[in-house]
Design a protein. Structure first.
Lengths: 352, 266
């Protein structure tokens, strides 16, 4: 090995040098590994600050929106597949949960296995033919599938046609605890969503998640590394679908009524906006983006008729001045000195 | 010793133009083969046929006796072929370590449930990925930072990372497409030494190169191509003396245009 020690030590010093100033201070907060936990604690404390039915409703809706953004981030942020019909999976999840729960008078939670299976199937049906296409073509075809899903729901009898399904049973009842109580349902949603966000973030930092990012950056180079790009893309699509399905199940249970009007293209666009605005590929940023997209219109309610105009201007301003999103992935990891590397290699029996 | 790679009568044509026309050569383990030829001779096309990026229109490619002709690149990689690209194909927004980890995709060692629940199996396999990534970076003599995105690196460092990534695949056959292009003299010298150390790992190395000095020094056999056709195959000394090669490189009449080390073509 021809590593020269002096250069090595310079790099180690450089790597451990602390950033200074306001920017450094800000980034040390944002890159703190406990930031996710802090966000969860804040979410759990929110009902103590404000517990009006209206506020709980908005916070629950925002939490459901977060899981959708997390799911779409797997597809768009990690794997780079532009999906304009993502809301189709929310629809599949919501209708599966609603139809089964209502038909068998089951608590919605018990429909979970069916929701997951249906979403995997939907992911396969939509993904298998479309993922052979690249970029623009993929976007158009997913847009088409999103509309097909909504129009199908609008026309079938089992989905209740244009009026949809109402009177969906509660999420779960154990003894005296009815999970349909707004506060309890809020907590349940936050915990499920937090689990799914964590799972998606962990997937992003695994072998599969890296494969997604390799495919996103250079499909040919990824193939040369032995990565079956088609399979890997399909996996991303299916994971996205399942996350969407979880969102759909919570959505159906939260509203107790669903109709095709909830699954229009605007919804797909809003979820995509959350991902892009937050920072594609960074789960923390995407959560922030989702909260911004779902909560900002509520904060802007004082401006009544102008609120969507303001919202739109705000989005344009952010995209012009920060096209990579609020909080893009950092693409950095810990350095390791030569001595540490050798110790680790020795421990793993890698010395040759 | 039997051949790792056997290319027989390889042919590919693009709308009537035969980019590769009847290329035949083989490479054994622990052997360094160079494929040379003027620009447009079909060297990179031949590489792309071997690695599955192009579907050959004729001939066959076998790896350790297994026919891999026309299979998809990922399958061919799986069979044990690793490569670098002429114009660096790295994952620019990812860290140096992640880029090398790309080469280890086929090691497996974890599934998505391991990743979601951070099982001991997952932690073990991630630790192994990291250790080996460092090992291969050390192997190529990479001295820069490793936790930063690739796009911040110099060209020479990016080349080193690309070779590390290809080595991390631990394949029996390594194809290097112009590894010395854009490197300065001292970098070329360490590349020379690196290629030999790669060969000593037991790998069959096939490289495309324009730098004639480097090719003559490092390779055990040289395959010369011109206009898609193979015009010579032999030791450096044989190739140097081959009239067809001299003609291809120096031309018949005017020998001012191209210098003997072929650098003018780069």
């Amino acid at each position: 090995m021809t590593i020269d020690n002096s250069t090595e030590s310079i790099h180690t010093v450089e790597a451990t040098a602390k950033k200074k100033g306001f920017g450094g201070w800000l980034s040390s907060i944002f890159e703190n590994k406990y930031i996710g936990l802090v966000a969860l604690v804040i979410a759990l404390l929110m009902p103590f600050l404000i517990a009006t039915p209206y506020a709980l409703n908005i916070m629950t809706t925002a939490a459901i929106f977060v899981v959708l953004a997390a799911g779409l981030n797997i597809v768009v942020g990690y794997c780079g597949l532009l999906d304009l019909g993502y809301i189709a999976f929310l629809a599949v999840g919501a209708y599966t949960a609603g139809i089964i729960a209502k038909a068998f008078e089951l608590p919605v939670l018990f429909t979970l296995p069916a929701v997951v299976i249906m979403c995997i199937l939907a992911g396969l049906i939509i993904g298998a033919p479309t993922l052979r296409l690249r970029s623009d073509y993929l976007a158009i075809v997913t847009l088409g599938f999103g509309e097909i899903t909504r129009i199908t729901a609008n026309n079938l009898t089992i989905t209740g046609g244009p009026s949809g399904i109402f009177g969906i049973p509660g999420f779960l009842v154990i003894g005296d605890i009815d999970f349909q109580n707004p506060v309890i349902f809020y907590y349940l949603t936050v915990i499920i969503v937090a689990g799914l966000v964590l799972a998606a973030a962990r997937l992003g930092k695994s072998r599969l998640g890296r494969a997604w990012k390799f495919v996103k950056e250079d499909e040919d180079a990824a193939e040369a590394m032995g990565i079956h790009t088609y399979k890997v893309k399909l996996m991303a699509y299916i994971f996205g679908a399942v996350w969407g399905g979880f969102g759909g199940m919570l959505f159906a249970s939260h509203l107790t009524a669903i109709s095709p009007m909830s699954f229009v293209f605007l919804q797909s666009a809003l979820v995509l906006m959350a991902v892009v605005l937050g920072g594609m590929g960074n789960m923390k940023g995407v959560v922030l983006g989702a909260l911004a997209i779902s909560l900002l219109p509520e904060f802007l309610r004082d401006f009544s008729a102008y609120r969507y105009l303001l919202f739109g201007i705000l989005l344009v301003v952010v995209m012009v001045f920060r096209p990579q999103g609020f909080w893009p992935p950092r693409g950095a990891e810990a350095e390791r000195s030569k001595a540490e590397r050798e110790a680790a290699a020795f421990a793993n029996g890698l010395k040759k | 010793m039997s051949a790792v790679l056997e290319v027989r009568d390889l042919e590919i044509s693009f709308g009537g133009v035969k980019a590769v026309d009847g290329l035949t050569f083989s490479a054994k383990a622990k052997e360094i083969i160079a494929v040379i030829g003027p620009n447009g001779a079909g060297k990179t096309s031949a590489f792309n046929c071997i690695t599955g990026f192009y579907k050959p229109t004729g001939g066959s490619v076998t790896l350790n006796g297994v026919d891999i002709t026309g299979r998809r690149p990922a399958d061919i990689a799986h069979e044990g072929v690793s490569r670098t690209f002429q114009n660096l194909r790295l994952f620019h927004d990812m860290t140096v370590l992640d880029n090398v980890r790309a080469g280890m995709h086929l090691y497996g060692g974890q599934n998505f449930l391991d990743a979601i629940f951070h099982t001991p199996r997952f932690k073990r396999s991630e630790a192994r990925y990291t250790e080996e990534a460092h090992y291969w970076l050390d192997f190529v003599g990479y001295r820069g930072r490793r936790g930063v995105p690739i796009r911040n690196l110099s060209y020479g460092q990016q080349k080193q990372v690309e070779i590390s990534r290809a080595l991390a695949r631990k394949s029996e056959l390594l194809l290097l497409d112009e590894p010395a292009a854009g490197l300065n003299h001292s970098e070329k010298q360490s590349l020379l030494e690196l290629v030999r150390r790669i060969r000593d790992l037991g790998t069959a190395v096939v490289l495309i190169e324009h730098d004639m000095g480097l090719v003559m020094e490092v390779s055990e056999r040289i395959v010369v191509m011109n206009f898609g056709k193979e015009i010579a195959d032999g030791t450096p000394a044989e190739v140097k003396a081959n009239p067809a090669v001299i003609e291809a490189y120096l031309g018949k009449d005017d020998d001012e245009e191209v210098t003997a080390n072929g650098d003018a073509g780069v």
